[in-house]
Design a protein around this ligand. Structure first.
Ligand SMILES: C[S@@+](CC[C@H](N)C(=O)[O-])C[C@H]1O[C@@H](n2cnc3c(N)ncnc32)[C@H](O)[C@@H]1O
Length: 208
């Protein structure tokens, strides 16, 4: 999209992302509470989930094409109590993991951005053990039709400033379309955020 946007995407956006995503830290621990064993995280970002995984996690593998704030991320990984294998790969492509390799898959505020989120979750299901769980928290489409209309209007702007982020995706539908069995879904407005971007979907889904 041009050199200025390229500069924004590579140099400015990762800093903005880290700062804005830190504001959501309180929501991470409850989302990741049942993570255990070998975990795959889709959309690792700047590693903000690392401090929020519970004691039962033994290893974390990641899939995110962006190499954001590498020095900061390296420090966060060094402080983690489990090994972390970073893969700079899109989650909506073929992942370099064997079928049923993971106990758990996590994804936080990333299904909004992955170009093909259903394909990413189908691939996540492939590498998840039968009965394994997908833990997620995402922002997405409002249940209020007037807010949803505003989200549709705002979305083209959000995609530019948020480097591909969409505000109007129906997250529970994406999870179901990928073949997961949604066992828990909490819908709420994140404190302090406008409804355009603050309509949260937090849940647990099982690989069928
Ligand atoms: C809003 S950030 C969330 C980062 C992190 N999950 C968090 O909770 O702070 C969205 C993330 O999605 C990642 N992303 C974009 N396209 C992706 C893809 N195809 N596969 C995996 N991750 C992707 C971005 O690089 C970015 O790190």
């Amino acid at each position: 999209m041009g050199r200025i946007y390229d500069f924004y995407e590579r140099r400015i956006f990762p800093r903005v992302l880290d700062r804005t995503m830190r504001a959501l830290n309180d929501l991470r621990t409850p989302t990741l509470a049942s993570a255990h064993g070998d975990v795959l995280e889709l959309g690792f970002g700047t590693g903000l989930n690392l401090r929020h995984y519970p004691a039962g996690v033994t290893r974390l593998s990641t899939a995110d094409p962006m190499d954001a704030l590498p020095e900061t991320v390296e420090k966060r990984i060094a402080a983690a109590p489990f090994p972390v294998d970073v893969h700079h790969l899109p989650a909506d492509g073929r992942l370099p993991f064997a079928p049923a390799a993971f106990d758990c898959v996590t994804v936080t505020w990333t299904l909004c951005t992955i170009p093909d989120p259903v394909a990413a979750l189908v691939e996540a299901a492939r590498v998840l053990k039968p009965g394994g769980s997908l833990l997620f928290i995402e922002h997405g489409r409002s249940q209020d039709p007037s807010i949803a209309r505003w989200q549709d209007r705002w979305n083209p702007i959000q995609r530019v400033i948020g480097c591909g982020c969409n505000v109007n995706r129906q997250i529970d539908e994406i999870v179901r379309r990928a073949g997961f069995n949604l066992t828990r879904l909490d819908r709420f407005l994140a404190p302090g955020l406008p409804r355009l971007v603050g309509e949260m979907y937090r849940g647990v889904a099982l690989r069928s």
